[in-house]
Design a binder for this molecule. Structure first.
Ligand SMILES: [Zn+2]
Length: 248
């Protein structure tokens, strides 16, 4: 991942005509603030493009933007994932945005111009939001073998201490390799380990997945809910979109 203009991009999703994506960083501001968000949009999007954001209730529902239309805000408020095909892009580009401050942003793309974005905290990861995102892309006509996925900046095993009951829940679900002991009776979780397996089980090969190596809680270049606390945390915004009128 590189920093062309202050935000991060992935090698795997670069150089694709019409496709734009970006992971914001702390230096670009708290994306809950309108001014910071507008500035980030101006950096990444054309005038007239629209970025849709999900309510992210820590579930596993995925909204679909297709020939049936654009989901309403009340529908988007109930989802943690979104997928879109090209059918809505005659007049403006459609962008999908995911807010994070330690949770995992997942961005995805298939060559038919199908895009996806999901938010995966521990609940959504345990519920397999990543697998559901891929499945909805399959429904829109993207075979798993054609899907590329980027797992963006999030809190990693080094800093993600969890209570024992949560560790047990992941172990019971068959993800024992994702949890470990940190000493002091502490349990640690690698969300990425779980998500990688879920993506592989949907048929996405490891070579088609790029992973940001850093940790939001270790690296002060990111906002982190765990590190900064309730009072001081901010949010990153992670977006993917196809510009209007681009040919494939
Ligand atoms: Zn860390």
């Amino acid at each position: 991942m590189t920093h062309p203009s202050g935000y991060l991009t992935s090698r795997l999703l670069s150089g694709i005509p019409g496709l734009t994506h970006a992971f914001s960083v702390r230096a670009l501001g708290d994306m809950r603030a309108d001014a910071a968000r507008r500035k980030f949009y101006r950096m990444c999007m054309d005038a007239g493009d629209i970025c849709y954001t999900a309510g992210q209730p820590h579930g596993t529902a995925v909204a679909v933007f297709s020939g049936n239309g654009i989901p309403g805000q009340s529908d988007l408020d109930r989802v943690d994932g979104m997928v879109a095909d090209r059918s809505q892009r005659a007049s403006h580009g459609i962008f999908l945005g995911i807010r994070t401050a330690d949770c995992v942003p997942i961005l995805s793309y298939a060559s038919a111009g199908i895009i996806g974005a999901a938010h995966a905290g521990w609940r959504g990861t345990l519920g397999n939001i990543a697998g559901k995102l891929i499945s909805r892309m399959n429904d829109l006509g993207a075979p798993a073998g054609d899907i590329r996925v980027v797992i963006g900046p999030h809190i990693r095993r080094c800093c993600y201490h969890i209570p024992k009951d949560r560790s047990d829940a992941f172990r019971d679900a068959g993800y024992g390799d994702a949890v470990s002991h940190a000493g002091d009776g502490k349990h640690c979780l690698s969300l990425e380990t779980v998500i990688m397996r879920q993506l592989n089980e949907e048929g996405v090969a490891a070579e088609a997945i790029e992973r940001y190596p850093g940790c939001t809680a270790c690296d002060r270049g990111f906002y982190s809910f765990r590190r900064d606390g309730h009072e001081k945390f901010g949010e990153q915004l992670n977006i993917i979109g196809m510009r209007a009128g681009e040919s494939e």
